[in-house]
Write a protein that binds this ligand. Structure first.
Ligand code: 9YT
Length: 141
């Protein structure tokens, strides 16, 4: 059993701050669940273009409001507490936050926690290390 609290993640390397968002990674690849679980706050008044070519992502909004634009179709969906979306086609999209938006995100494959958005708004796939080194990874971080 692994139990984590946001309070334990704030201010550590598992909390990543970008210009338009702050994300706490509750579970990452090292936890060996097959997905990663994040709480991302999209900051009020910002827009973020993303394209996760290498990952599937599902997002559930539990606070705040804004919208998502699907680049391929031009569709815009309003997002508020209780709205979920799945980027099942690796959809390129723009998130616009009217207020701070509290988003619970799941990534498959899991992120390692070290990724940064590349110039296209994607995260690279980071190759697994050897079996030997996996056993020495720190699960308590
Ligand atoms: C809401 C959203 O798009 N979250 C993406 C994940 C976040 N950028 C992170 O944890 O890296």
């Amino acid at each position: 059993m692994i139990v984590r609290k946001l309070d334990q993640i704030r201010g550590t390397e598992r909390e990543v701050k970008a210009k338009t968002w702050i994300s706490a990674r509750l579970f990452v690849r090292d936890d060996r669940m097959g997905f990663s679980l994040h709480e991302t706050t999209m900051l009020a008044g910002t827009e973020t273009r993303m394209h996760y070519k290498n990952h599937l992502e599902a997002v559930y909004c539990v606070g705040g409001k804004g919208s998502i634009e699907v680049i391929a179709t031009g569709e815009v969906f309003q997002i508020s507490d209780g709205t979920a979306y799945a980027l099942d086609k690796h959809d390129e999209h723009i998130l616009r936050a009217e207020t701070d938006m509290r988003m619970i995100c799941v990534f498959n494959p899991p992120v390692t926690g070290q990724e940064v958005h590349d110039e296209t708004g994607a995260y690279p796939l980071i190759p697994e290390t050897t079996e030997a080194s996996k056993t020495t990874e720190n699960r308590s971080a």
